[in-house]
Design a protein around this ligand. Structure first.
Ligand code: PHE
Length: 358
């Protein structure tokens, strides 16, 4: 190979080795093979070469062109590979790591419904309540009849019940319309004294900004000797003030009706209709249903009402969560929208602590 060709080969090799990204590589490629490239110039100059040397010179130039093209392509493949390696390294994700709260996106955070469940368990746990559970698909006897809601009772219509196809006994199971059937399950399954809360999914054929066909309730049931309204009031006032974190939250008990409690009371908390702020403002907001367990319900569940008394209460978990945090709409709870979750999720490594206030 003549000296100028050897020099071009060496210069190109050095320039390729120095090109450490695709941009620099492309500059080398254009500088050699492009329209005004150094090799292109040599090929154009072939016409000026004396005729007796032209054949050898042409063959040498073609060999050089082939080898330079190969070297340039080889460098591109190497740079592509290195770029991919760097990307894979930078985007590496260790899926075996535990959730890391405090990441910019808050991944692994606790859903507000789960958070409220944790808070309920902590608060009522401190008052001596255990957690009981029951199935979502329930017999109409436990969902209604055992609770003193006989067939053709108007309260059955109030519930917009989802019925399932009839079973072997000809009766249609229901998706439970409240957590109250677990009152009956608990009383049938264990002897008093009883002190349980029952968080769980409930279903009603209803859907708008404040109703979802599936939602959550928490039930409470206390059965013991000598239980009276004062116990009910004390328990619920303590709970509501601790849950909402307002020591002087106004709480009002208003006479109401549920077939399974007598007397029955709906409970309101003080708030401002204008600003939505809880605890002040002079307006009242209904928050839960409660009452003394109806003697007929105790008897239906094999408990002697002359010896044992009790109180029960039930409330919507979405509702108290929305009120506590000022959330306007119930539907995003179930949308799995990552932006909403990032905003509302809480740190999984900081479970509710009574010492800090929930
Ligand atoms: N089960 C009632 C409801 O869903 C709430 C309630 C529970 C009322 C326990 C009284 C006692 O509306």
């Amino acid at each position: 190979m003549s000296e100028d060709l050897a020099a071009l080969a060496a210069a190109t090799e050095a320039a390729l080795a120095a090109a450490d990204d695709l941009r620099a590589w492309d500059a080398v490629r254009v500088g050699v093979l492009g329209r005004n490239g150094s090799l292109t110039a040599l090929l154009k100059g072939l016409g000026q070469v004396p005729a007796d040397q032209r054949k050898d010179r042409g063959a040498a130039l073609n060999r050089l062109k082939t080898s330079l093209e190969a070297a340039i392509e080889g460098r591109r493949v190497a740079l592509d590979g290195a770029a991919l390696d760097a990307r894979l390294l930078a985007e590496k994700l260790d899926v075996s790591l535990p959730p890391r709260p405090g990441l910019p996106g808050g991944e692994g955070g606790i859903h507000p419904i789960s958070r409220t469940l944790e808070e309920l368990t902590a608060l009522f746990g401190a008052m001596g309540f255990a957690v009981a559970e029951g199935p979502d698909i329930e017999s109409d006897w436990l969902n209604f009849s055992a609770l003193n809601i006989p067939e053709h009772h108007p309260a059955r219509q109030d519930h917009d019940t989802f019925y399932l196809p009839a079973g072997a006994d000809g009766r249609r199971p229901v998706l439970r319309t409240h957590t109250s059937p677990v009152q009956a399950r608990t009383m049938l399954g264990q002897a008093p004294p009883i002190r349980v809360i029952v968080p769980g999914r409930t279903y009603r054929a209803d859907h708008d900004a404040t109703h979802s066909p599936m939602f959550h309730q928490v039930e409470g049931l206390v059965i013991d000797r000598g239980i009276h309204l004062g116990h009910l009031k004390g328990c619920l006032v303590d709970f509501l003030r601790a849950f909402f974190g307002i020591a002087d939250l106004p709480v009002r008990f208003r006479a109401s009706y549920f077939p399974f409690t007598e007397p029955s009371m709906e409970v309101d908390i003080g708030w401002s209709r204008k600003t939505g702020e809880l605890g002040k403002g002079g307006d009242w907001l209904e928050i839960l249903g409660s009452g003394m367990v109806h003697p007929r319900v105790l008897a239906n569940c094999g408990i002697d009402p002359r010896e044992w008394q009790g109180f029960a209460f039930g409330m919507g978990i979405e509702r108290i969560t929305m009120l506590k945090h000022g959330m306007p709409d119930l539907r995003p709870f179930y949308d799995s929208d990552i932006r909403w979750l990032r905003h509302w999720a809480t740190n999984p490594l900081a479970p509710p602590s009574l010492a800090e206030g929930v």
